[in-house]
Design a protein around this ligand. Structure first.
Ligand SMILES: [Zn+2]
Ligand SMILES: [Zn+2]
Length: 425
């Protein structure tokens, strides 16, 4: 008797295989000169609003890229089928799924290449003009994700359907040329984050409560960084500044350790929770255009204290409150919001921390480039289990018992735009 589960597994694997071939063909199209020449047409055809510059170039781009790409997927898909025929003779029919799947792409690419009316609207969904309705996909390629391949960095965001290959190659987020501001920049982690972001090609700006200019030690040389002086509580003063920021890293915080006075409570919540939350809200107001939706991001250091004791009750309480507010607001966020869930690292605040802060900062940047939305860096294995489960259920609970607020954020961003324009003029 034929085991249909195995046939099904072979079928799914053959579809994945087709997608992997697609992504590698695309990567090769950016590095192998003859393919590059053909693929350039795909990049020539679209304007930033995704309208085609001409119908003729649109058709030619399909003959030169989409059709050969689907043909390569087909040839290697048939090869997989032949392999399955010898290795798994009873189940080789499963591999036909990948070929049928590819045939759909081959025929639709030909339909677009010969200019059949309506073929592009129906089959070319990542290149349709119009406002972006969602943020870039995490596991699946959507329009904002693919837009970044055309207009953010052509040497990143290669994937066509699943984002897996970009995640593995570290090309699911390009930091090259992005303006990144980091709060808490005079602290140990803040400085090292600036260093590793700079190394990844970002233009970094330090936000610090101190008056002195922050310098980074890169390759034995001292590099001065543009430093903006700012204090927690003065978030509104940064509104105009945030307009020009691509990625805001909210990293400032205090740790009152064992204190439990009224003042300690007020300070912990004011700085760790409300100051960070207000900055995130202000940043959301700067997200208005398709480009903003695709490229702007907020990263928030909510810490491992969200789920694990940090031997500092008020630190835990205020960070958990922040973590929950981020989870709640992330449901409607107009741009990507990442959480940084960090275990104990050695710093001025925590001299007995175990992890090297340099390694922690390096890991944060590495995971961000793989588009990890909840970046966990810790030595505690429990966090890797508890945090995702907690985040999933809290998010689900908030989704069920609160109402959508996307339109409220959009309206606020539009009215903020006119006040920003008034301030500039
Ligand atoms: Zn494209
Ligand atoms: Zn390309």
């Amino acid at each position: 008797m034929v085991n249909y589960w195995i046939v099904g597994a072979v079928a799914i694997a053959s579809v994945f295989w087709a997608e992997i071939i697609r992504d590698f063909y695309h990567v090769a199209s950016h590095y192998v000169p003859p393919l590059q020449k053909l693929h350039n047409w795909h990049h020539r055809v679209f304007r930033p609003n995704l309208t085609a510059v001409s119908e003729e170039i649109y058709k030619q781009a399909h003959w030169r890229h989409d059709v050969p790409e689907a043909a390569a997927m087909m040839v290697l898909g048939l090869l997989l089928w032949v392999l399955a025929y010898f290795v798994l003779p009873a189940y080789h029919w499963g591999a036909a799924a990948g070929c049928i799947y590819t045939l759909g792409f081959l025929l639709s690419a030909i339909a677009r290449a010969i200019g059949i009316k309506g073929a592009d609207e129906l089959t070319d969904i990542t290149h349709q003009p119009g406002d972006f309705q969602t943020i870039p996909g995490n596991w699946f390629v959507n329009k904002p994700y693919h837009w970044k391949h055309h207009f953010d960095n052509q040497n990143a965001y290669y994937c066509g359907t699943f984002t897996l290959i970009d995640k593995l190659m570290g090309t699911a987020l390009s930091l090259k040329g992005k303006t990144v501001a980091v709060t808490g920049a005079s602290g140990t982690l803040g400085r090292l984050l600036l260093k590793h972001l700079h190394k990844a090609g970002a233009k970094v700006i330090a936000l610090s409560s101190g008056n002195e200019e922050i310098t980074l030690n890169v390759g034995g040389e001292n590099l001065p960084v543009k430093t903006v002086t700012w204090h927690a509580g003065e978030e509104a003063d940064l509104a105009l500044f945030l307009e020009k920021i691509d990625i805001l890293v909210i990293n400032h915080g205090i740790n009152v350790q064992g204190e439990r006075t009224g003042e300690a409570i007020a300070n912990s919540y004011e700085i760790n929770t409300f100051s960070a939350w207000r900055l995130m809200e202000l940043f959301f107001l700067t997200v208005r255009t398709n480009e903003n939706i695709a490229c702007k991001e907020v990263w928030i250091n909510t810490s491992e204290a969200e789920v694990i004791p940090a031997v500092s009750p008020l630190y835990e309480l205020s960070k958990r409150a922040l973590g929950d507010l981020v989870t709640l607001r992330r449901l409607d966020a107009p741009c990507i919001v990442r959480k940084l869930i960090l275990g104990p690292f050695k710093s001025n605040l925590n001299p007995i921390g175990i992890m090297s802060p340099d390694w922690v900062a390096q890991q944060i940047v590495k995971q961000a480039k793989a588009d990890v939305r909840n970046i966990i860096v810790t030595i505690n294995p429990l966090t890797f289990i508890i945090f995702p489960v907690k985040e999933f259920f809290v998010s689900l609970y908030f989704q069920i018992f609160s109402r959508k607020a996307i339109s409220e954020i959009k309206a606020a961003a539009t009215s903020e735009k006119s006040s920003v324009e008034a301030k500039i003029n």
